[in-house]
Design a protein around this ligand. Sequence first.
Ligand SMILES: Cc1cc2nc3c(=O)[nH]c(=O)nc-3n(C[C@H](O)[C@H](O)[C@H](O)COP(=O)(O)O)c2cc1C
Length: 389
Amino acid sequence: MRIALGVTGGVAAYKAAELARRLQQDTFDVEVIMTRGAEEFLRPLTFAAITGDKVIPGMFGPSDSGPANVESAIEHIAVAQRIDLLLIAPATADILAKLAAGIADDFLTTLYLATKAPVVVAPAMNVNMWEHAATQENLARLRARGVRVVDPDEGYLACGMTGAGRLAGHEAILQAVREALSPRRDLAGETVLITAGPTCEDIDPVRYLTNRSSGRMGYALAEAALSRGAAVVLVSGPTSLAPPAGAGFVAVRSAGGMNRAVGQHLEPSTIIVMGGAAGRHPAGPWAPPKGERGAAPLPAGCPPWSRARTGGPPASCSSPRGVGASPPAASSGREMSRRTSRNRPTSPRRRSHSATADRASTVQPGMPSASLSRAKSSRSRRASAVRPW
Ligand SMILES: Cc1cc2nc3c(=O)[nH]c(=O)nc-3n(C[C@H](O)[C@H](O)[C@H](O)COP(=O)(O)O)c2cc1C
């Protein structure tokens, strides 16, 4: 198998030399492409000596200042067609931005657009660069397109700071390469219904209750299920994430909406993963607008803490109906669960399970790969409720 190893201009470029050797030990043929930035950190000769092959530098030949020739000008297409995988390690913030935007101003970025091979990137950079919203948005866009991202390790960085940004270990990168080349298809034929993100429960025209769920776990689960061959329906509350390419996507806002969407997509699903942090106390019809607090009674069903804030009369909260008989199929977030557990005799975990227990078996919670274990329920329509927390 042939791998194009793109090396970009970061401090970790020197680690790519050892990585190239490890890839060769794994019997891959390695072809190295260096950006001009990378050449500031390492000479192409290092890779040429390791791989026994020439290193592809600029777009127009050995030197961008030298004359172009037809062979080098069309080489990116030839490389794009002959490789089985494109690995970029280390990947700078700059290259991630270019890939996300579709910029093709050098050999590596042009190759990225020209190849149909799977792409793996292993970013490495200063922790602030890594955490910057621009970088994270670029990564989300790349992930949504099917690019595998090997997240950097945390630790002491070359810039003197500590945090996430160190190039991931060679074994983690190799593992991602192996998975990208021979993805497990053990979920082929399954339909996985996943809830993700928070919900917003409107109290009145300006206020709503929500939680801090980012949705990342549900989206990552959707990605993992897709890569393992499943059809995926992702039901998501409001997040800043881009849904993975290939997933059916249902955007919802409230717990009731999430509940209804789950109900609507329950039928073809063979696996259900409740990753969403649905609010447990839908506010129901709007309470009186701000400024008229206490003027009118609250709708029946509001919980005590809601009553305290609005000054309205005592009431109890009605649960949305749909999947099962209890509150929204997806359980509330941890924060909300803790709050509600004081008011409810039944623990939030048990109640959230009961939402689906009448028609689904339970698979033990675990990490994404374990969470996606196939259902073995004879009682249900082969649907499993997985609580990954
Ligand atoms: C000493 C030095 C170290 C750098 N280290 C990194 C790094 O680790 N990660 C990164 O994203 N950019 C780093 N940069 C910035 C990149 O070199 C710069 O964005 C460059 O344009 C990247 O080009 P390329 O992506 O085409 O290789 C560094 C710059 C300098 C001068």
